[in-house]
Design a protein around this ligand. Structure first.
Ligand SMILES: CC(C)(COP(=O)(O)OP(=O)(O)OC[C@H]1O[C@@H](n2cnc3c(N)ncnc32)[C@H](O)[C@@H]1OP(=O)(O)O)[C@@H](O)C(=O)NCCC(=O)NCCS
Length: 151
């Protein structure tokens, strides 16, 4: 269990929620994903934590994860808190835990931590030291439709 300063009644769990819990968070907070995507996402991550209520420790109410190479590139992904648990500081604890892990376990030197900041998370990220990288660096994205078949 990672250290935390969550409100009473919540626990911070190191690792990832179940695929089912992850899909529930995704559908409720961001965009829906399928089970194959969820399995790959959770297996392929470098680190993650989730928050649950003490009374239901496997039911994730908030989470965040890091996709990274352990050396230099670290991407913060899936920062999500279920609506009824928002504005209690859960995401702040999640984000601080992810950053602390990078600080303690990344290869010696400077780790480059990036994320795509949707409007609801922007203040949270700014509060935790993230800065707009424009105009030097413009974040760019591309969606590729995969059929899961080798060409
Ligand atoms: C972004 C998101 C993860 C934030 O989750 P959260 O757990 O509500 O975040 P926090 O509680 O740590 O902080 C959110 C706000 O609540 C405030 N807050 C924290 N504790 C509080 C408390 N006890 N009472 C009232 N407000 C509180 C924070 O100051 C912050 O306010 P601000 O944005 O005005 O600075 C959540 O809104 C979410 O899941 N959104 C949909 C998915 C999404 O867009 N994710 C970001 C992808 S980049």
């Amino acid at each position: 269990m990672a250290a935390n300063t969550l409100p009473a009644g919540y626990i911070l769990v190191e690792g990832y929620p179940s695929v089912e819990e992850y899909l529930n968070l995704r559908t409720t907070c961001l965009s829906p994903k399928n089970a194959e995507q969820a399995n790959a996402a959770l297996k392929g991550s470098w680190y993650g934590v989730y928050v649950a209520e003490e009374a239901a420790p496997t039911k994730a109410v908030a989470m965040g994860r890091v996709v990274g190479d352990g050396g230099w590139y670290f991407v913060i992904a899936d920062m999500m808190t279920l609506p009824e648990h928002q504005r209690k500081g859960l995401a702040d604890v999640v984000l601080k835990s992810l950053l602390a892990r990078i600080k303690s376990l990344a290869a010696k030197g400077k780790a480059y931590v990036t994320l795509g900041a949707d409007p609801p998370g922007r203040k949270l990220y700014q509060k935790n030291g993230f800065k707009d990288t424009m105009p030097q660096v413009m974040g760019m994205g591309l969606l590729i439709e995969s059929d899961g078949q080798e060409q």
